[in-house]
Design a binder for this molecule. Structure first.
Ligand code: NAP
Length: 260
């Protein structure tokens, strides 16, 4: 772990910490390397961390990520802004804890072929213009036809993000399950769907289909693409994981308490 890069949020504190940490790491003979870093330091919040992951999405197996938060306690960071030196000491003394976060593999099939997208938090299919009909299958078995704004499929890590705002359950760390949650579903005498969030096993595959996905958007973490009319979406945990290092034994409950 000798080559590093720092990605920071655009606020003054994050930028200042980034400059100071760069100088400190250079003094210790670590080299700044944006192309092939061994480790990426994200300074900011969980949103900054997501952006760091996606910037290096094709090199994930070669990189370790560490989060330093400058706002409220982040789910992907274990050091706060005043603890940069604690991170440096854990780094040089080989005391860093290690955690893996699996990513979602979102395969969008249309007549143009297959496209794969990856997400650490969640994927959503949303149509804010008209009622979206979505046929949902779990492991190729038809479950329901949903009507409403859309559906969210979140990871354990993403359960505290958009999923939580939708009223989905928070999954304790270690429970690498998939969670399907409705986004403003229509429920009356004619249209019915589950209405509550559904948590499925980690090896489950969720398929979303529609006769018309025109105007619908696939959002994955902070990114998005327009869907085509005939898109078919298959979502499951991928083989790709994010390798995170940080303060060992950071309490999950402590992070959770910072949410409210
Ligand atoms: P963003 O500004 O990067 O993030 C929006 C908020 O979500 C920020 O406060 C961020 O925390 C927090 N967040 C991100 N991942 C989280 C996680 N795993 N657990 C708890 N909080 C988390 O927004 P964006 O660019 O639109 O999208 C990035 C992510 O934000 C999405 O994956 C989505 O989950 C989340 N988001 C949530 C809502 C909502 O709850 N209604 C709306 C939009 C986006 P920091 O302040 O630490 O960066």
């Amino acid at each position: 772990m000798k080559r590093f890069v720092i990605l920071s949020k655009e606020d003054d504190l994050s930028k200042e910490l980034s400059q100071k940490l760069t100088i400190r790491l250079n003094e210790l003979n670590y080299q700044l390397d944006e192309e092939t870093p061994d480790f990426v330091v994200s300074i900011g919040g969980d949103g900054t961390f997501l952006r760091a992951i996606h910037q290096y999405i094709h090199q994930l197996e070669l990189i370790k990520f560490v989060g330093i938060h400058t706002g409220t306690l982040g789910f992907f960071s274990s050091y706060d802004g005043h603890e940069c030196e604690a991170f440096v000491q854990d780094l040089i003394n080989d005391r860093l804890g290690y955690k893996e976060f699996p990513l979602l593999d979102i395969c969008v099939n249309s007549k143009n072929g297959n496209e794969h997208y990856y997400a650490l938090n969640e994927m959503r299919v949303e149509n804010v213009i008209r009622t979206q009909l979505i046929r949902v299958s779990i492991n190729s078995e038809y479950m329901e036809t949903f009507r409403g704004t859309g559906l969210c499929i979140s990871t354990q890590a993403g359960s505290t993000a958009y999923n939580r705002s939708l009223g989905g359950a928070i999954l304790h760390e270690g429970l690498n399950l998939l969670q399907l949650t409705e986004i403003t579903g229509i429920h009356h005498h004619a249209y019915r769907s589950l209405g509550s969030s559904l948590i499925v096993q980690e090896d489950a595959q969720i398929t979303l289909e529609s006769d018309d996905f025109c105007e619908a958007i696939l959002c994955y973490d902070h990114l998005s693409v327009k869907l085509k009319k005939d898109s078919k979406i298959k979502c499951q945990y991928s083989e790709k994981t994010v390798h995170c290092v940080g303060r060992p034994n950071t309490s999950y409950i402590k992070r959770l308490k910072s949410l409210f």
